[in-house]
Design a protein around this ligand. Sequence first.
Ligand code: T5A
Length: 215
Amino acid sequence: MKGLFITFEGLDGSGKSTQLKNIARVLREEGFETVESREPGGTEFAEKIRSLVLDASLPITPTTQSLLYFAARSEHVDKLLRPSKEAGKIVLCDRFSDSTLVYQGLAEGKAVEELWDLRQINSYATENFVPDLTLVFDGRPEKLIERRMLRGVSDRYEDMGLDFQHKLRSGFLALAKLEPHRIKVINAEGTLEEVQREALAVIREVIAKETQDVG
Ligand code: T5A
């Protein structure tokens, strides 16, 4: 297989990190080589940027936030994501470019057609490295918030209230509508097993297509 780059997106508490770990384990058991990573982060340097950008005690502008995410992403793509995909692995990443478009763009009040500047800098930072598949774990913020409260930790964005969470949800759904071939919406309100089943079915379709194309 040529390698695949799959991103997991959604609101905080949508369960994407849990699903990523579980799905990676299932794929490994089936004999696939997987790489698990996350954004911001994934390399030593990018993890340092992560601790800065998510530190809620240091107020910074949305532009500063975006540029830090892009800097971290550039390192991550160059040092880990692209080489791993090129080595034929299935690369699973918790958040990527769509998070920037939503958190620093749509949820900050931009319209979909006003994202051109973020898209341009993102292309520069990633040298046009685009996911083969993006899963958006979607659910009502009121429902997902309960899971986050049970966990009891928060960061810069998790404290911004229900209204912001609704904007995030609409943002991810708007991107999914724009790119239905790449971005698939998964119902995140089910049990862990139900959500995993739906996500794995979509991933298996993409793997099957990839294998067919190579064959
Ligand atoms: N960000 C990131 C930007 O603003 N711009 C960017 O460009 C990028 C890349 C990252 C923050 O950075 C922002 C967005 C984020 O706010 P983070 O700490 O990595 O912060 O947090 P998140 O990405 O939001 O991920 P989390 O790990 O905090 O949440 P998840 O992945 O949504 O949820 P998860 O899997 O940890 O699950 C939460 C809890 O729910 C339970 C789990 O066991 C866990 O306790 N759970 C379920 N319970 C019942 N039923 C289910 N189906 C469940 N699924 C999970």
